[in-house]
Write a protein that binds this ligand. Structure first.
Ligand code: BGP
Length: 476
């Protein structure tokens, strides 16, 4: 296969990490509006209500809410073909259960999409990227409650109808797959996905399974709804997947690594194969977890299949084996891979992993895949001439793009887009830091939210512009 002429080169951003303006335009309080800045190696703190003298990065983001025109113009200058944005649910339904949507919120996203279209940039809209009105957590218990599915669908309907003629590509959720009773969870991970702290869950396994099931059901229902509103919509869901490698060729470890990689795929199975997987229901049953699948649910799984798969890829990991020494553990669990370097934040740099994952996923489902996130979080320095030489980022992206091209051209994987995280520096989701930068565009702001917010083109800006102009032929 060849890379198509309309391959979607671009980037991804998320509302709570870039917009700021957390109390403007009728927006309600969202779950991420209650999370403070973390530091290197220290988690972000989660508050149950707003406190004075605490810095909440989502409150200011990078001020994309007010500067989106300037920022989109810069992306257009790079020749962007696509930008993935997210709609903050709490801008549209400030409390989640409001009877009517907030018109100002709808208009804001209509304007952003209009601005993208002005430059022929394809908007890709994620409907849930860690942005839930906090009221739905406090009043209904978040995704543990099926009522929240109805509120989510009401929100989806509002956005599908508001952007019916201007948006073709949608994603129902971002990275819901990190929730599973088998996975070692942390407070920040369960919180960003569902607004609930892992340590405070009473029946942890049952609750995680319920959340995972209800979100999966919400996704298939949203796909059905979207197709009813406009049958030309292409609706996907975005997953954050790490290939897990065996620590050696001991078959026991190979099997362990396979099962660990596959653990994150049960929701993709449910969204692509027309039914919630039987092996998962049996696994729940064996662990004393009870999930009730109604006849109506079954119908939704049957008719709510995805049009494409969105894949966020950053790193690979190595399976833990029985008796592994905890000192050997990498930052996010698993073992260090001696063949790979890591970023300052401990994420492995593994371009072959993206080719592996594309093959693995494509051969499982045969659906088109869009790489919806990929990038390197690094500390960038402005030199004496006001320039930012981020050659390490160019090197990272070059190797990953080259691996994707091999997956398309040599392995015949149908991959139709590559979106970097994030084309412009913004707030890190896991740490809340500004200093963990991913962009082609530097934003003058520090971890304390101080700075001019001036946008500066980095070295990688011109590099990515050349990549896009040559449709991926010129990576130098
Ligand atoms: C993904 C999220 C993004 C983004 C990215 C990088 O999992 O979808 O929202 O933040 O990870 O992570 P971080 O910002 O923590 O470096």
């Amino acid at each position: 296969m060849k890379i198509s002429d309309d391959f979607l080169w671009g980037g991804s951003i998320a509302a709570h990490q870039c917009e700021g303006a957390y109390d403007e335009g009728g927006k309600g309080l969202g779950i991420m509006d209650l999370v403070s800045v973390g530091a290197y190696g220290q988690p972000r703190k989660i508050y149950s209500k707003l406190e004075k003298n605490v810095l909440y990065p989502s409150h200011y983001g990078i001020d994309f809410y007010h500067r989106y025109k300037e920022d989109i113009a810069l992306l257009a200058e790079m020749g962007f073909k696509a930008l993935r944005i997210s709609v903050d649910w709490s801008r549209i339904y400030p409390n989640g259960d409001d009877s009517n949507p907030n018109q100002k919120g709808i208009e804001y996203y209509q304007n952003v999409v209009k601005e993208l279209r002005k430059y022929k940039i394809e908007p890709i809209v994620t409907l849930y990227h860690f942005e839930m009105p906090i009221n739905l957590v406090n009043k209904y218990g978040s995704w543990t409650n099926k009522k929240v599915i109805d509120f989510y669908l009401k929100f989806c309907r509002t956005m599908f109808e508001a952007l019916k003629d201007t948006v073709k590509y949608w994603s129902t959720f971002n990275e819901m797959n990190h929730i599973d009773p088998q996975t070692q969870a942390t407070d920040i991970f369960t919180y960003i996905i569902a607004g609930l702290k892992y340590s405070e869950l009473t029946d942890k396994k049952q609750t995680l399974a319920t959340i995972g099931y209800n979100m999966t059901l919400a996704s298939v229902k949203a796909v059905r709804l979207g197709h009813e509103i406009n049958h030309n919509f292409k609706i996907g869901c975005v997953f954050g997947i790490e290939p897990v490698y065996p620590v050696n060729c001991d078959p026991a470890n190979v099997l362990k690594a396979y099962l660990q990689t596959d653990r994150d795929f049960y929701q993709i199975d449910a969204m692509c194969n027309g039914e919630f997987p039987k092996y998962k229901i049996q696994e729940y049953f064996n662990n004393g977890i009870n999930i009730k699948i109604t006849e109506a649910d079954k119908n939704d799984f049957k008719f709510g299949k995805l049009d494409y798969i969105g894949m966020n890829y950053y790193a690979s990991s190595v399976a833990e084996y029985e008796g592994a020494d905890s000192k050997e553990s990498a930052l996010f669990g698993g073992l260090q891979n001696p063949y790979l370097e890591t970023s300052k934040w401990g994420w492995t740099i593994d371009p072959i992993g993206i080719r592996y994952l594309l093959n693995y996923t494509y051969r499982k489902y045969g659906l088109p895949i869009m790489i919806t996130e990929n990038g390197l979080g690094a500390v960038d320095k402005v030199d004496g001439n006001g320039q930012i030489n981020d050659n390490y980022r160019i090197d990272y992206l070059k190797k990953h793009i080259s691996a994707i091209e091999k997956a398309i051209e040599e392995d015949n994987v149908d991959c139709f887009g590559y979106l970097t995280w994030a084309p412009i520096d913004l707030i890190s989701a896991t740490t809340g830091q500004m200093s963990k930068r991913y962009g082609f565009i530097y934003v003058d702001q520090d971890d304390g939210g101080k700075g001019t917010k001036k946008r500066i083109r980095k070295e990688s800006f011109n590099w990515y512009k050349r990549v896009i102009a040559s449709n991926g032929n010129n990576l130098s």
